[in-house]
Design a protein around this ligand. Structure first.
Ligand code: NAD
Length: 296
């Protein structure tokens, strides 16, 4: 299939740079988002806007969603005048949001009934990865659909892997979020300990980053934690949602994940303290509160 027109729904922190990168790559992209602020930002970046989900979907070879949570994707896909109601037969619906693997499977089944090809393709790499088109993209779906999507994904990411059938992309993303959350928790504990010990934290993170304890989480979030710069990025509310997906999926597969259970509680405590809109590097605040230290 030669992809020309792409409908892109959800123009937030991730969706806007992704949709703009697709435009830059030469695709005919029409974007739509619910909040006026994100629509304006997309238009001022040179993007072409549709007035509704139905308008963004009409005539598209591919419809991409980049929405916050499972209910948002189900709503946009299944409602009257939603994606499935308007998508052309043989077109592809690629949901790149992070949602429950079970919901991705449901969407794929609905798509099969209607002649729409459905793929789950969640991403990792954050806002920077979206802007730089260097995302990791984890794809669940039919091989032929993946092949048709290759040029689209190539404009968004550098590591693009088909990991299995529908839902598999979301399962891999859940594992990804488990690792990121746990690493953030340990990084926050290390910083809290270093500060309490009176260590030079900048020098400490610099040398730690070069050894076995180095990680991309440390590279991307360590400096922000030291500076108490918790502007999102990836909101605590969204990571909380992802850890819920991880815990539910683990229970369904009979997997015991005690470390993630603690991390999920820490993330929940951030929300309970009114920090849900901060970047998930605010994990530092949750850890510091435990020691009676204020994280700023
Ligand atoms: P965001 O809240 O910044 O953006 C979501 C956008 O969706 C908003 O512009 C909102 O207006 C729009 N929206 C919500 N409901 C809608 C609806 N019914 N119809 C049309 N538009 C609607 O979120 P984000 O950070 O861009 O994240 C999007 C998805 O990507 C989430 O599933 C998140 O877990 C995942 N993700 C985010 C990051 C990150 O670093 N931010 C990284 C990887 C994956």
């Amino acid at each position: 299939m030669a992809v020309r027109r792409i409908g892109f729904i959800g123009l937030g922190i991730m969706g806007r740079p992704m949709a703009l990168n697709l435009s830059k790559a030469g695709f005919d992209v029409v974007g739509y988002s619910r909040s006026p602020g994100t629509r304006d930002a997309f238009a001022s970046g040179g993007g072409r806007l549709a007035g509704s989900v139905a308008e963004a979907t009409a005539g598209a070879d591919i419809v991409i969603t980049m929405l916050p949570d499972t209910p948002d994707v189900l709503d946009v896909a299944l409602r009257p005048y939603g994606v499935f109601a308007r998508a052309a037969k043989g077109s592809i619906f690629a949901d790149m949001s992070t949602i429950s693997p079970h919901a991705s499977l449901e969407l794929a089944e609905q798509g099969r009934r209607l002649g729409v090809r459905v793929v789950d393709a969640p991403v990792s790499g954050g806002e920077m990865g979206a802007k730089e088109a260097s995302l990791s993209i984890m794809v669940g779906g039919e091989d032929a659909d993946f092949e048709d999507l290759r040029p689209v994904f190539a404009a968004l990411g550098t590591t693009v892997v088909r990991v299995g059938q529908n839902g598999a992309g979301q399962t891999v993303k859940a594992a990804n979020q488990l690792i990121v959350g746990g690493t953030l928790g340990l990084l926050a504990e290390a910083i809290t300990f270093l500060e309490a010990s009176g260590a030079d934290t900048v020098a400490a993170l610099q040398v730690i980053a070069g050894g076995l304890a180095g990680s991309r989480v440390l590279d991307r979030k360590g400096g922000a934690m030291l500076a108490r710069d918790f502007k999102p990025g990836f909101r605590v509310d969204l990571h909380h949602k992802d850890l819920g997906i991880v815990l539910t999926s683990a229970r369904q597969t009979g997997t015991v994940i005690p470390i993630t259970a603690v991390v999920a509680e820490l993330m929940a405590s951030l929300r309970a303290n009114g920090d849900g809109a901060l970047d998930h590097s605010a994990m530092l605040k949750a850890i510091q509160r435990l020691s009676g230290r204020a994280a700023g």
